[in-house]
Design a protein around this ligand. Sequence first.
Ligand SMILES: Cc1cc2nc3c(=O)[nH]c(=O)nc-3n(C[C@H](O)[C@H](O)[C@H](O)COP(=O)(O)O)c2cc1C
Length: 198
Amino acid sequence: MLLKPRQREQILPLPVVLISTLSADGVRNIAPWSNVTPILRPLEDVILASWIKRDTLYNIRQTREFVINIPPARMAEAVMSCSKNFAPEVDEFEQADLKPRHSSMVKAPGVEGCLAWAECKLLEEITREKYALIIGRVVHLEGNDDFFNEAGEMDYERAEPLSAMLGEKGIRFTRPVYAGRYADYKEMFISKSNNSPD
Ligand SMILES: Cc1cc2nc3c(=O)[nH]c(=O)nc-3n(C[C@H](O)[C@H](O)[C@H](O)COP(=O)(O)O)c2cc1C
């Protein structure tokens, strides 16, 4: 099937996170975000893509910090409440009936009931005509004890982190399931032990 180049977002599953920020005046803001990814393993930086007209972007520019909250699938309704284009002076915790969670290294609160919280500081903004790329550094990271083992791995089948498949007219919310194959990172490297003295 031939797809239009702009449909590139419809060919891959996307994460759904909530970005919480504070305005310079202290107004609490939350917005769902799918254009978010860690920058390579095992570094500490992340990147977000934002349309220029976003309170989230404005707040990050003003305060140079933000929290990436990982919502469970059962939070999909609240996620959609936060997606509405409320005026900047509206407290979106109140609008979506979400409780704030104290952050350790940034002033912006996290969202209670999420699966993990990545407190981030702005490192760099790359600005284009229509969008901005925000590069942030995770300065504090916590996972919800109910869903993480001692190695810091999420029990994703129980936790059900929210993701999405985008369609032409709407979003279908999804969650991950195990595909039945585990791969140790070592598998990516050709072993030298049999054919090289070093
Ligand atoms: C699932 C989902 C993912 C979204 N991802 C993004 C995104 O990656 N970048 C973006 O600029 N807007 C994204 N949006 C739209 C914003 O969440 C929405 O415009 C919101 O009102 C912005 O709020 P703000 O102005 O308070 O920042 C997404 C919306 C939804 C529902």
